[in-house]
Ligand binder design. Structure first.
Ligand SMILES: *[C@@H]1O[C@H](CO)[C@@H](O)[C@H](O)[C@H]1NC(C)=O
Ligand SMILES: *[C@@H]1O[C@H](CO)[C@@H](O)[C@H](O)[C@H]1NC(C)=O
Ligand SMILES: *[C@@H]1O[C@H](CO)[C@@H](O)[C@H](O)[C@H]1NC(C)=O
Ligand SMILES: *[C@@H]1O[C@H](CO)[C@@H](O)[C@H](O)[C@H]1NC(C)=O
Ligand SMILES: *[C@@H]1O[C@H](CO)[C@@H](O)[C@H](O)[C@H]1NC(C)=O
Ligand SMILES: *[C@@H]1O[C@H](CO)[C@@H](O)[C@H](O)[C@H]1NC(C)=O
Ligand SMILES: *[C@@H]1O[C@H](CO)[C@@H](O)[C@H](O)[C@H]1NC(C)=O
Length: 918
């Protein structure tokens, strides 16, 4: 996942800011490792006559040599039934087409690179820190507590974690490695120094003491009940200001409410008796590539893992990457594979991650914990309860200090935005009170720091209460009414002193988003319309272990935390139902059928959250295991209007011991308005929801089943009427099958538009202030007229483009300067919507040769994946030199569901003339 924007940025107005063209680096920037491919070959057993010709690998290499293809093998894969092939570098990337025609070759895919996982929010903590959350709240909301109470703890189940490795020296992680320890096995596939750009240096020890991500897992499933750390020793009552949520309004109640019944640090994992294998696939820095992920997955299968889990990925929107394909095949073979959905919710829809896109794996969304652990300070000189501030750990201020306000006006809009008056006293002995507004927090803090201030309380100017970005200053946010109270008292001449207790002042603050889908969860669906994410698990504000050199414990948010929660849930499932492949294959269906649909807000009457972000709902582990009604299918995929699958059939079976009468009902979720109205760009998250819903008819709305009896339901689903197809509305919802004792559901998902109508190439000026695509000259300016290049040093043109939507195939070809080809996209037009398709068959376009060919390229966003760039060289993709002369670049992108052989299904753009003068 992409590194966190600071979590404070969530909820900020997400307006599209134009980026400067000068920020575009003139280096090739595509999410693949250049010239590296994974070739998949048929298994020998598939071709009996070929068996004596050597292994499939030997046959492949021989054929490649016969075809004079230059290659260098990095890794061989030999997992018959799942994946047989090799990762290799090709000298000539144009050989891809030729390799595909080689006997026995099943597929060739580019090697994709995945950034290292970063939590959305995290903070290191140490055992003595107060205010840490316990794991019980997440166990109760998912039914894990009831399973633990029955002694179901995952014994006998092996979970393989592909991540940064694990610090098994941590006491809570067993303190050792190998037989007899919690972490019984694994492998380091890469070594500390691996960055994704160099060769891995494997060894047998997956110890991680530099990154930490892989050690998160303790909370999630492997910690034993853990009572040894005393948390809040003294006060048995904690101050808390609960929020009573009523329709539309948040009412605050003041008062002293009872604290947690226990006051011990009481962490326990979901499946704490399961066995862990750690496969380290990240070095201390950098990313990981597909070839290593596949290696780790196959190693886990070979070592007999029942569950494989990965909290990593990169947005690409397609289920076709090798990492996704292999993960899916492992799942189909009868293992459970859980993969994070991603933390890119701010980027909007159609932005799913690979390998989480694996069709048969379980992609996991995150829900917010119901409580946020915060701190409070006490005040002297006025009468007031302790005041909650937004930090998980106490501000490191040990003295009681007087409070100073930079303004006595508690309605001031730009408090401390300008340098403070010269008459301001030395603030080093004060805690400074400042009002939020107008300028950045760090600007205010710099102004007060200029007078020596070391600690500040910023009070909100509205209803905000969240973590804020304060750089290296020691400052926290408090709520508006607390700040106004303190400010008014100071203005009235009171002298106030504040104390930040270093223990005992933790507050379990009710989250205003508790139980909702975490806003950072990546939205689906995939471009090929798969159901990602599949399900939600708790992942917001989760306490977990951290490598000892880095601080032992940490509080984190991210789908990285939700994923091991689900892996642990899967371990409980297998430990009760058995480990057979058919049980493992059925797990997702059981989890989805029994999940609890999540609303889009805590306001009564608001729609359920779109299935594109929550999947089938919040996992209910107990119900998934002990429910007595099963559904044969739980993902009803209706696809787009051009491939619409309206009538959906599934079978309901009564697996209980009593007769049950079921009623069917339809509960829609909010329709996701995925593309901005009047725009070609995806709407940013939180994705707007509409209440135009699909309608559903049933063959029979009510039926009775004897124990063991089954019934076929036919649900005929009609897409919502009157919606704007140019906003590509994704409708979704739940079909509940309810008996007096339980309720299960199937979840549907469809698009009220045709994907082939979705423009894929961004031809607007929205991001850069100039129309794109563009050819940038060697100074980084948009090339307007003809320019000659020497291709010496930096004197080369750079192709710059953005994908407003994913494309199954992108090509850059060289064409002659006087080509008669008429492109569909005119770079001079400001915005051209719904460009009419032109052109005949694909073969009719006369090109001089390919420069770049990219299958399954995902869309860009406004963050880390802002644009694609490709620096031209004076060679074709196969390395043959382009002779001096005048040319243009032809960019073509196939629309989703388009026919690759039909020119009319491509968008195209022609560059200005450029000269090769090498
Ligand atoms: C700790 O958690 C266990 C369940 O995991 C529970 O039975 C026990 O009561 C808890 N202890 C305290 C002190 O809360
Ligand atoms: C790798 O990460 C560590 C820890 O974050 C950092 O100190 C070091 O500078 C990084 N090294 C490189 C080469 O980026
Ligand atoms: C805080 O950060 C700024 C800029 O990053 C730096 O100039 C300043 O010295 C830092 N202050 C402290 C106390 O570390
Ligand atoms: C606010 O009012 C108090 C009491 O009158 C006074 O002592 C203080 O200097 C005032 N602060 C500012 C920033 O004007
Ligand atoms: C949706 O339809 C397209 C076009 O036929 C197809 O390629 C894709 O696989 C379908 N998606 C699913 C999930 O069936
Ligand atoms: C580019 O080079 C060609 C061939 O030498 C020449 O005819 C043309 O004028 C040059 N164009 C520019 C813009 O320099
Ligand atoms: C490389 O590609 C160019 C353009 O398609 C073609 O003309 C040339 O023959 C190719 N060279 C080789 C060695 O295949």
């Amino acid at each position: 996942m992409k590194a966190a924007l600071s979590f404070a940025l969530f909820g900020a107005t997400s307006a599209l800011a134009a980026k400067s063209l000068s920020s575009v680096q003139r280096v090739t920037n595509l999410p693949i490792v250049s010239n590296k491919f994974i070739v998949e070959v048929a298994e020998t057993s598939d071709i009996p006559s070929k068996r004596d010709l050597g292994t499939p690998h030997e046959q492949l290499y021989r054929s490649l040599k016969e075809r004079k293809i230059a290659f260098d093998v990095h890794k061989e894969y030999d997992a018959p039934g799942i994946f047989v092939g090799a990762a290799m570098t090709l000298t000539d990337s144009q050989d891809v087409a030729s390799i595909l025609k080689t006997n026995g070759v099943v597929a060739i895919r580019p090697v994709r690179s995945y950034p290292r996982p970063a939590p959305v929010f995290s903070k290191t903590c140490s055992p003595g820190d107060a205010g840490l959350p316990d794991s019980e709240s997440t166990h109760i909301t998912t039914g894990v507590d009831k399973l633990h109470a029955k002694g179901i703890t995952g014994k006998g189940i092996k979970i393989g974690i592909l991540d940064t490795g694990i610090d098994y020296t941590h006491p809570a992680l067993g303190g050792g490695f190998g037989a007899g320890f919690k972490v019984q096995g694994g492998y380091d596939l890469v070594g500390d120094d691996y960055t994704g750009a160099n060769a891995p240096v494997p060894d047998s020890d997956p110890l991680d003491q530099c990154a930490g991500h892989g050690s998160y897992y303790i909370l999630c499933y492997l910690a034993p009940p853990f009572n040894s750390r005393v948390l809040d020793q003294e006060p048995m009552l904690l101050y808390v200001r609960p929020m009573i949520i009523s329709s539309g309004a948040i009412t605050r109640l003041k008062g002293i409410i009872g604290a947690n019944p226990g006051n011990e640090f009481n962490i326990s994992g979901v499946a704490y008796d399961s066995t862990i294998y750690a496969y380290r696939i990240f070095g201390c820095n950098g990313s990981v590539n597909d070839d290593v992920i596949v290696d780790g997955l196959l190693m886990g299968v070979k070592a007999g893992m029942d569950i494989l889990t990965m909290s990593l990925g990169g947005s690409d929107g397609w289920s076709e990457s090798t990492g996704s394909v292999v993960s899916s095949r492992i799942a189909a073979s009868g293992k459970i594979v859980t993969i994070a959905a991603g933390n890119e919710g701010a980027s909007g829809s159609w932005f799913t991650s690979s390998p989480g896109n694996a069709i048969d794996a379980i992609s996991v969304a995150s829900s917010d914990n119901t409580i946020i652990p915060l701190q409070s300070f006490t005040v002297d000189g006025v009468t007031h309860d302790p005041i909650v501030y937004y930090d998980t750990f106490p501000l490191p201020v040990t003295e009681t200090l007087p409070l100073y306000a930079t303004s006595n006006d508690t309605t001031v809009v730009d408090d401390a935005c300008n340098p403070l008056p010269a008459s301001t006293p030395d603030l080093s002995g004060f805690v400074v009170l400042v009002r939020r507004g107008t300028c950045a927090f760090v600007d205010k803090l710099a102004n007060i720091a200029a007078f020596g201030a070391k600690t500040a309380l910023i009070y909100d100017n509205g209803n905000g209460f969240a973590g804020i970005e304060v750089g290296n200053f020691s400052a926290v946010l408090i709520q508006a009414e607390d700040g106004v109270f303190l400010g008014q008292q100071l203005a009235a001449g009171k002298s106030i002193k504040v104390t930040f207790p270093q223990s005992g002042a933790g507050v379990q603050f009710p989250s205003t988003t508790g139980g909702l889908v975490s806003t950072f969860t990546t939205y689906g669906p995939t471009n090929d319309f798969y159901f990602k994410p599949a399900i939600t698990a708790p992942g917001g504000d989760i306490l977990s272990t951290y490598p000892i050199p880095l601080g032992t414990w940490r509080l984190d948010s991210g789908t990285s935390m939700a994923t091991p929660f689900l892996a642990g849930s899967a371990a409980l499932f297998l430990s009760v139902k058995g480990k057979s492949p058919s049980v493992a294959r059925s797990a997702r269906t059981f989890f989805q059928a029994t999940a609890k649909p999540i609303s889009s807000s805590l306001t009564d009457g608001d729609p359920f959250q779109t299935v594109t972000q929550q999947g089938a709902g919040l996992v209910q582990v107990y119900d998934a295991i002990f429910g007595t009604t099963t559904l044969s299918r739980t993902e009803l995929i209706l696809n787009d209007t051009a491939h619409f699958a309206g009538p959906q059939k599934f079978t309901v079976k009564n697996t209980g011991k009593t007769v049950k009468t079921y009623t069917l009902s339809h509960v829609p979720a909010g329709t996701a308005v995925t593309i901005g109205a009047g725009s070609i760009l995806p709407a940013l998250g939180p994705v707007p929801l509409s209440t135009s819903y699909a309608s559903v008819k049933f063959n029979s709305g009510k039926f009775t089943l004897l124990p063991g009896q089954a019934h076929d339901v036919v649900a005929t689903i009609t897409p919502p009427k009157g919606v704007d197809a140019t906003t590509f509305p994704v409708y979704s919802g739940f079909i509940h099958v309810t008996s007096p004792v339980e309720s299960v559901h199937a979840t549907y998902l469809g698009l009220a538009a045709s994907l082939k109508d979705k423009q894929v190439v961004d031809n607007t000026d929205i991001i850069f202030g100039v129309n794109i695509p563009a050819l940038l000259d060697s100074a980084g300016n948009v090339q307007d007229g003809p320019v000659n290049y020497t291709f010496v040093g930096a004197d080369a043109p750079t192709m710059l483009w953005r994908q407003a939507f994913g494309t199954p195939l992108l090509r850059l070809d060289l064409v002659s300067a006087n080509t008669s080809f008429a492109p569909t996209l005119n770079s001079r037009a400001a915005i051209s919507f719904a460009t009419s398709h032109k052109g005949g068959s694909f073969a009719k376009v006369s090109t001089l040769g390919p420069l770049l060919e990219q299958p399954y390229l995902g869309r860009n966003d406004e963050g880390d994946l802002l644009q694609n760039t490709f620096v031209l060289s004076n060679t074709f993709a196969n390395g043959t030199t382009i002779s001096n002369g005048s040319y243009k670049v032809l960019l073509r992108a196939l629309r989703v569901t388009g026919d690759p052989t039909n020119e009319a299904d491509y968008e195209s753009w022609l560059s200005p003339i450029f000269g090769v003068a090498a």
